[in-house]
Design a protein around this ligand. Structure first.
Ligand code: SF4
Ligand code: SF4
Length: 100
């Protein structure tokens, strides 16, 4: 194999992003961060971290007003993302209850 396989998930076109950050709020797995580098239009776009944990739920694609996010060719539910989501929710519950 001469390259790593790409994750079958949404693609971001950073030049289209206007930095509204609706996708950050919409993503159940909190995969979006704000890029420290502006795009050519001077907006600070998002970037996706840990794309392997994307659920392929398409909430970000649906909410983006600028069509900066496009769905993968086949948007099947990603089980690795589902496991991550379960773990994230568990940790959030623990933190709310003040437990370690
Ligand atoms: S919703 Fe679209 S325009 Fe808004 S920050 Fe996300 S990618 Fe950028
Ligand atoms: S498809 Fe769902 S899980 Fe994946 S980045 Fe978008 S909102 Fe997050």
């Amino acid at each position: 194999m001469d390259h790593l396989p790409e994750f079958n998930t949404v693609a971001l076109e950073r030049e289209r992003c206007k930095g509204c950050y609706l996708c950050i709020k919409a993503c159940p797995n909190e995969l979006f961060l704000v890029d420290k580098n502006p795009n050519q239009a001077g907006h600070y776009p998002v970037l996706m971290e840990n794309a392997q944990y994307c659920l392929n739920c398409m909430r970000c694609v649906d909410i983006c007003p600028d069509q900066a996010l496009t769905p993968p060719v086949s948007a099947k539910l990603n089980w690795q993302g589902v496991v991550f989501w379960g773990s994230l929710k568990w940790h959030q519950r623990q933190n709310k209850q003040g437990k370690p």
